[in-house]
Design a protein around this ligand. Structure first.
Ligand code: S3P
Length: 427
């Protein structure tokens, strides 16, 4: 069996994927809280980032149209946010809700976070509990989700041992410590993406990391700083996977973020047999970037270990679809967090793989996929989940195009222009 059946297209050319979602959210929040004016280049213009911009606007920050080449924001300072008139709508964005919860817990007014049906179901106690330990009052819904009302006030410091490896939880605590100017220490069960730490340091805040422990030392001003947002490695993964499964050619992905807390999927694609080369290394304001050049290979199955999961958590739907075209049985464990993403991504991935005739099964904390090169056809139910839509869009492109996606438009949550780019590189 080969990884790339006769139906797979060739790939060619060089593309640039849109800006990093995690960094775009943080760039807006930190620019809003800083003293002085910050410029953001390459911001992601997606629905999730627009949710963060809208929430900050509702709190009195002037945020210009994100379509501008350079988004310039005049910071209001750590004490400068003002209570909004209405509830703060985070849309589909977990990062907006959880990071803003940290900021609002230390802001001296009451606010309520709301979101769409998917976000309203997602767990908020993971941020409410540590922020309560710091002295704020947070009232999530009876189910532990949104709406969540936050009574912000002067907070005390905390040393928090997080049960979940979550950059959003870590960031909520660090941002609460930043706004309240109190010491916080977070111990994570496994290292998660460290953009908040890097960006705070670049703005003059004393943040120390030792192993999986991160501490913020109060007493420094939050300086304004410019951000050059790297291409999102999570978005790049869709095209790296496409190139890995192509029938030939080479695809270059320009200016991709290569922060080691984010690149697990690239390691997995290489391990499965694709050729990935990094070149043109550069630094984008404290974040490493490179050109990633990918060409196909004969793909074989792999085991994705629990310790790898935080570095590729958002990429698992795509990797599951690659496993559907790789020889042998791919197994993922230690990924129970997938069940509380924009959809239950374990069930969504497995049911959709089965719907297009792939042999797959659920595990409580992961899944098993047995690859084949037979034609795949059927209808995908995305549950409004952008990463499910895009992962199966790529699988459709390499397996003959007979996979229909019920809601392709939900890709705008993280990747505006995804479908046009997919058509462009497989033309
Ligand atoms: C994110 C952290 C991850 C990730 C999400 C973005 C962030 O979530 O899945 O897409 O920007 O901090 P968790 O912190 O819940 O793992």
């Amino acid at each position: 069996m080969t990884s790339h059946g006769a139906r797979a297209p060739r790939v060619n050319g060089a593309i640039r994927v849109p800006g990093d979602k995690s960094i775009s959210h943080r760039a807006l929040m930190l620019a809003a809280l800083a003293e002085g004016s910050s410029e953001i280049r390459g911001i992601l213009r997606s629905a999730d980032v627009r949710s963060t911009a809208a929430v900050l606007r509702a709190l009195g920050v002037t945020i210009p149209d994100l379509e501008a080449d350079v988004v310039t924001i005049a910071g209001v300072g750590r004490r400068g946010l003002r209570a909004g008139v209405e509830a703060l709508d985070c849309g589909n964005s977990g990062t907006t809700a959880r990071l803003m919860a940290g900021i609002l817990a230390a802001s001296h007014f009451t606010s309520t976070l709301i979101g769409d049906a998917s976000l309203s179901r997602r767990p908020m106690r993971r941020v409410a509990t540590p922020l309560r330990a710091m002295g704020a009052t947070l009232e999530p819904s009876a189910e532990g989700g949104l709406p969540m009302t936050i009574h912000g006030r002067a907070l005390q410091g905390t040393t928090w041992h997080s049960e979940t490896a979550s950059a959003q939880v870590k960031s909520a605590i660090l941002l609460a410590g930043l706004v309240a100017d109190v010491p916080v220490e977070v111990h994570e069960p496994a290292a998660t993406r460290d953009h908040t730490e890097r960006m705070l340091r670049a703005r003059g805040i004393d943040v120390r990391s030792e192993g999986n422990s991160i501490s913020l030392v109060p007493g420094s001003a939050l300086r304004a700083a410019d951000t050059d947002v790297p291409g999102d490695p999570s978005s790049a993964t869709f095209f790296a996977a496409l190139a890995a499964m192509a029938s030939g050619g080479t695809l270059a992905l320009e200016h991709v973020g290569t922060n080691p807390t984010r690149t697990g999927a690239f390691d997995v694609l290489a391990r499965m047999g694709a050729t990935l080369k990094f070149e043109a290394f550069a630094d984008a304001g404290g974040e490493p970037v490179a050109r990633l050049v990918v060409s196909p290979g004969l793909l074989g199955a792999t085991i994705i270990e629990p310790h790898e999961v935080p570095s590729l958590i958002d990429e698992l739907p795509m990797l599951a679809c690659v496993a559907a075209r790789a020889q042998g049985e791919t197994r993922v464990t230690g990924a129970a967090e997938l069940r509380v993403k924009e959809s239950d991504r374990i069930t969504a991935v497995v049911q959709n793989l089965r719907a297009v005739d792939v042999d797959a099964e659920e595990l409580p904390d992961g899944f098993v996929v047995r690859g084949s090169d037979r034609p795949l056809a059927g209808r995908i139910v995305t549950h409004g989940d952008h990463r499910i839509a895009m992962a199966f869009g790529v699988l459709s492109a390499v397996s003959g195009g007979a996979i229909a996606i019920d809601d392709p438009d939900c890709a705008i949550v993280s990747f505006p222009g995804f479908w046009e780019l997919l058509t462009h590189v497989t033309r």
